[in-house]
Design a protein around this ligand. Structure first.
Ligand code: GTP
Ligand code: MG
Length: 168
């Protein structure tokens, strides 16, 4: 299909936060309950429409495990958008955001749009990170922010599309 623009995205964040599930929900409208550890990098694509213009999103889903960090770094090149994901039920994944952000800023284009995502919003009873904390971190670092659920699909479309709107 013809498209007016091609935007490359990279999805980053700790292992198990739901990066691959967010991508699967966005491209296939499915949820994978089992953690299929990503090895290296996986790829997905989908077309979206903004202001009547067709935009192709080319999405690189990276491995969160520390041992893959150097591979991840090589995928920042040319990315117009990044989804930086943490898990609202695991405070350690929120604590690691500063490190992820340093890595992203160091290896990407300076105008890359970064969307901070607090994922697993369906698990309210197990929440360890308040929504306000995510908002404050985003404000402090100039990021856009949303809470999502890759399980219920809540805000998943919006996260990918709002990032594109910032780039556009
Ligand atoms: P790596 O590939 O190792 O970096 O992990 P990842 O960030 O890709 O995590 P993945 O998408 O594989 O999800 C990890 C686990 O969390 C899986 O068991 C998912 O089913 C679960 N999960 C992901 N997103 C959600 C969500 O929004 N809600 C709930 N309840 N579970 C989720
Ligand atoms: Mg994965």
């Amino acid at each position: 299909m013809a498209y007016a623009y091609l935007f490359k995205y990279i999805i980053i964040g700790d292992t198990g936060v739901g990066k691959s599930c967010l991508l699967l929900q966005f491209t296939d409208k499915r949820f994978q309950p089992v953690h299929d550890l990503t090895i290296g990098v996986e790829f997905g694509a989908r077309m979206i429409t903004i202001d009547g213009k067709q935009i192709k999103l080319q999405i690189w889903d990276t491995a969160g495990q520390e041992s893959f960090r150097s591979i991840t770094r090589s995928y920042y090149r040319g990315a117009a958008g990044a989804l930086l994901v943490y898990d609202i039920t695991r405070r350690d994944t929120f604590n690691h955001l500063t490190t992820w952000l340093e890595d992203a800023r160091q290896h990407s284009n300076s105008n890359m749009v970064i969307m901070l995502i607090g994922n697993k919003s369906d698990l309210e009873s197990r929440r360890e990170v308040k929504k306000e904390e995510g908002e404050a971190f985003a404000r402090e670092h100039g990021l856009i922010f949303m809470e999502t659920s890759a399980k219920t699909a809540s805000n998943v479309e919006e996260a990918f599309i709002n990032t594109a709107k910032e780039i556009y």
